[in-house]
Design a protein around this ligand. Structure first.
Ligand code: SF4
Ligand code: SF4
Length: 223
């Protein structure tokens, strides 16, 4: 049996490499010196309380320099009476490449103009890739993304879901395209929102006509 002759592989950059680079070990040491130097410099800044370390200690620290075009949070828009503008058509859930939107549709025979509404609307932020396709697909301008970021980091993926109440009650300051109903207006003309109001500006989800049944809970993947 004849053995195949050994042919040494020639890499694309071999002709331009110096003998120092060909020796390999020196370049490994140079890389370790660069990364070690950056690590020690940032560690020193952190230990002495100086600003300038390259990392942000998220979520304890929040970056102030997000780009103006950053879109890190979904909201569901409301009708003037406080109900969601969403008609539970499922187009956003269908187009979502990460399959992180879950919607249950319900029927309200008393609302002839918009009989279909979401009884459950949840987004799993642990898997959302913030591509914005759900916004593009929505025919009702019922879901939007704004530049704030949700305070959701957690060691448990089940805690990284936002439900219908959280998505609709979140009034961003950065989305000025649409006037939202006033949150705490005295003598509000929004009886449904008033019925859900709780001290501290929060809403009683159980009192909402769009509340998620307690038994259903959040349905995220196991941590
Ligand atoms: S931003 Fe993209 S990944 Fe996130 S929910 Fe919308 S379509 Fe899905
Ligand atoms: S948010 Fe828009 S696309 Fe998604 S179910 Fe509601 S109406 Fe349809």
């Amino acid at each position: 049996m004849t053995r195949k002759p050994h042919v040494r592989k020639v890499y694309w950059n071999a002709p331009t490499m110096t003998w120092w680079e060909r020796a390999y070990l020196f370049e490994i040491l140079r890389g370790l010196l660069i990364t070690g130097g950056v690590f020690l410099r940032n560690m020193g800044k952190w230990m002495t309380g100086r600003k300038g370390a390259l990392t942000t200690y998220y979520p304890e620290e929040t970056r102030a320099d997000y780009a103006a075009g950053n879109r890190g949070k979904h909201i569901l828009t409301q009708r003037p009476d406080g109900r969601p503008q969403c008609i539970a058509c499922n187009m956003c859930a269908t187009v979502c490449p990460a399959k992180v939107i879950e919607i249950d549709a319900a029927f309200d025979a008393g609302d002839l103009a918009h009989p279909k509404y979401p009884s459950r609307f949840e987004i799993d932020y642990s898997r959302c890739i913030f591509c914005g396709l759900c916004i593009e697909a929505c025919p009702e301008d019922a879901i939007r993304m704004v530049k704030e970021t949700p305070a959701l980091p957690s060691g448990n993926r089940d805690h990284m879901w936002l439900n219908l109440t959280e998505l609709i009650n979140w009034h961003p300051q950065s989305d000025v395209a649409k006037p939202y109903p006033p949150r705490d207006a005295v003598g509000s003309t929004h009886p449904q929102r008033d019925a859900m109001a709780m001290p501290g500006g929060r809403r009683d989800e159980a009192a909402s006509p769009y509340a998620v049944p307690a038994a259903a809970g959040k349905t995220g993947p196991a941590p």
